[in-house]
Design a binder for this molecule. Structure first.
Ligand SMILES: *Cc1c(COP(=O)(O)O)cnc(C)c1O
Length: 396
């Protein structure tokens, strides 16, 4: 029971209520545990059908999915790739795997990349030379942009795709947090996050909306490119009998054990999305009278998976620091966390290009993430909201 010291409300834990054990045991019984086996193709087909795309390639992680997409974009040493600063660092690190350089971009009110600044950077800091976007100060080519759908909120894809088209940029959607998010209105009505740009990356890490323990998938507009990424993920093996390899490949393929878990989780995905939406509504209701914070909304004209809940706190009117609030919540048996530290300020990325940062530093200082597991009860949400209101009113 809430208030009982024995019960701890975690931030985000996986939910196994379906055929997980059955399928994993089946994979074990068949002896197919590694990077071959029927569950892998089954998961790929399930995912492609759900997203309404021709093909998806299952891989070891969302990070691997992003790396494969960058490889497919032809990102090479010395190229530039535009990325958000307010996100998980896994969205940016693969740029460095290619010895390319990130250009950090600010966010808008959705916490996703600001399309106005994206255009501003391309327009004012770069020029088009023979269809190539060249960054004036460094002379480097801007090849692609990685757009993250933060917490399951859809980035403004209409505006972003317009910019990408004008400047010949390839678009990689980091939909690792947004499986199930879709447009309901506008130019992309009916389209899912991860299926609008050139490539979409998904993650099935333990805290994501569905999990395979660790895992991911990549899809793309061009079926041939998805096939090629799949080929790269299996050591670029051209002939399995004679071991002929015509490119440098990677060991990025998902295992059948992971996929068995994933097939079961995919069956439950619609239910998880529905629950996350219902639970978000309960938080909204419970925090409606909270004067020191508000839940940032999700983009109009979209149906979000509402994967992760965030509250924007009025830090200027709260007597405690974010760290003190997190500790006090912890003492009340509730796990919360701050949004990420900005990536352009992290040690490996200091000195990288960061364009007109304004909103990201603000949000980074005042966003608190609240428990959001699919199995959280209404009673627990009421308790979390109560504690948050009480703690934020304290004088330190
Ligand atoms: C989780 C996540 C990733 C990486 O996924 P992994 O499967 O953990 O490699 C990348 N980008 C964002 C925004 C994420 O939240």
């Amino acid at each position: 029971m809430p208030g009982n010291e024995k019960e701890y409300i975690p931030l985000s834990v996986p939910c196994f209520e379906g055929n997980e054990k059955k399928y994993v045991n089946d994979a074990l019984a068949q002896g197919w545990v590694s990077t071959g086996g029927a569950y892998i193709t089954r998961l790929e087909e399930q995912l492609a059908a759900y997203l309404n795309v021709k093909k998806a390639a299952a891989c070891q992680s969302g990070t691997a999915a992003l790396h494969l997409a960058l490889l497919e974009c032809g990102v090479q040493p010395g190229d530039l790739v535009i990325v958000p600063t307010l996100t998980f660092i896994a969205a940016v690190n693969p740029v460095r795997y290619q010895y390319a350089e990130p250009v950090f971009m600010d966010c808008d009110e959705s916490l996703c990349m600001d399309p106005v600044k994206l255009r501003g950077f391309c327009e004012r800091e770069c020029s088009l030379e023979d269809g190539r976007l060249v960054h004036t100060a460094s002379g480097k080519t801007v090849k692609a942009v990685i757009v993250v759908h933060v917490f399951g909120n859809f980035a403004d894809m209409e505006a972003i795709m317009d910019v990408a088209e004008t400047y010949g940029l390839r678009v990689i959607e980091d939909a690792t947090e947004a499986l199930g998010t879709r447009y309901t209105q506008g130019r992309y009505a009916g389209r899912f996050a991860g299926t609008i740009g050139d490539f979409g990356a998904f993650s099935f890490n333990g805290n994501k909306i569905i999990t395979t323990g660790g895992g991911g998938a990549v899809t793309g507009r061009d079926e041939q490119e998805v096939c090629h990424m799949q080929y790269l993920s299996t050591q670029a093996k051209d002939d399995p009998q004679f071991y002929i390899h015509n490119e440098t490949g990677y060991n990025y393929r998902m295992t059948n054990l992971q996929a068995a878990l994933g097939v079961a989780q995919m069956e439950e995905l619609p239910e998880f999305v529905a629950r996350k939406n219902r639970n978000y509504a309960v938080y909204r209701e419970q925090l409606a009278d909270f004067e020191l914070g508000r839940l940032p909304g999700f983009r109009e004209g979209t149906y979000s998976n509402r994967w992760f809940y965030a509250v924007e706190l009025a830090m200027d009117r709260i007597q405690m620091s974010l760290r003190e609030i997190i500790t006090a919540m912890q003492e009340a048996g509730i796990q919360t966390r701050a949004v990420w530290g900005l990536i352009h300020e992290q040690l490996p990325y200091r000195g990288a290009i960061a364009y007109e940062m304004e909103r990201a530093p603000y949000y980074s200082g005042c966003i608190l993430n609240l428990p959001c597991s699919a199995q959280i009860t209404e009673e627990q949400i009421v308790y979390v909201a109560e504690q948050l209101k009480k703690i934020c009113c304290r004088k330190s």
